[in-house]
Write a protein that binds this ligand. Structure first.
Ligand code: 3PY
Length: 253
């Protein structure tokens, strides 16, 4: 049985007090309200990691993640944060290859291989993002495009390493635009990507891989999207900044 996961990506939002308030509200709601066996993850900006971790405490099924890590282990790389540091501050997950990092910070498939190595070497679970821009979707070459992202970044890893990943499919045209892929479009891509992993690593590895959908996922559409057999949860942008919305999404399974 693969894990059901809802990960909140705060992106570059919230000051200290706002981050503390949001986390406390989520922790309290999750303690008070029954929710199923969903792994929930908060991925705040780096400066929030430690104080957010303190508030999460021993809340069942609630974990901490970062939004990025360095491709280097340590040393003279001003401004960078190493995967080992994230682990030592209590993170269990790290988002890698979000389309905003690919686009604005020119992160390549090759660089993302190195970041994935660092994350795995330090016991972090990468939430590895992939997804196509609008022109590729319109040209109907999205399946090949996204498979290629995965092949180039990940297919040098062993089956054991791949089993430690979480994949997030985020069509770029649905990120922060309010447009969502329909649940059928999401299912079609998730099934194709799972098939891609199966072709390289075998059906069992592919069947155990959690593949999340991301892109304007909200309490209104989560139930429909999560009902699809190959969708194992969501990577949530804007709606993860509102405690009620985020917890309602967790409860959408
Ligand atoms: C979005 O939903 O906008 C995201 O980018 C989630 O990572």
């Amino acid at each position: 049985m693969r894990k059901k996961i809802v990960a909140g990506n705060w992106k570059m939002n919230l000051g200290f007090d706002e981050g503390q308030k949001l986390t406390s509200e989520i922790v309290n709601m999750l303690k008070d309200e029954q929710h199923s066996d969903v792994t929930a993850i908060l991925n705040p900006p780096f400066v929030h990691l430690y104080p957010v971790k303190k508030l999460i405490g021993d809340t069942p099924n609630l974990f901490l993640g970062a939004q990025n890590c360095s491709d280097k282990a340590s040393g003279a790389y001003t401004g960078e944060i190493a995967a080992s540091m994230l682990a030592s501050f209590g993170a269990s997950f790290v988002i890698l290859g979000h389309s905003e990092r690919r686009e604005y910070f020119k992160e390549s498939n090759e660089l993302l291989t190195e970041k994935t190595k660092q994350a795995l070497a330090n016991g972090l679970t990468p939430i590895f993002c992939c997804g196509e821009p609008l022109d590729i979707r319109e040209a109907e070459t999205h399946e090949e495009y996204v498979k290629n992202q995965l092949t180039e970044s990940l297919f040098g890893f062993s089956a054991e390493e791949i089993s430690k990943l979480v994949i997030a499919y985020e069509p770029i045209w649905a990120i922060g635009t309010g447009k969502t892929a329909s649940s059928d479009q999401a299912q079609e891509m998730h099934a194709a990507l799972r098939g891609h992993f199966a072709s390289k690593y075998g059906q069992e590895v592919a069947d155990n891989l959690s593949i999340l959908y991301g892109g304007s996922c909200n309490p209104g559409n989560a139930k429909d999207i999560f009902s699809k057999p190959d969708v194992d949860g969501g990577l949530i942008g804007g709606a993860s900044l509102k405690s009620r919305d985020f917890v309602d999404i967790i409860k959408s399974f």
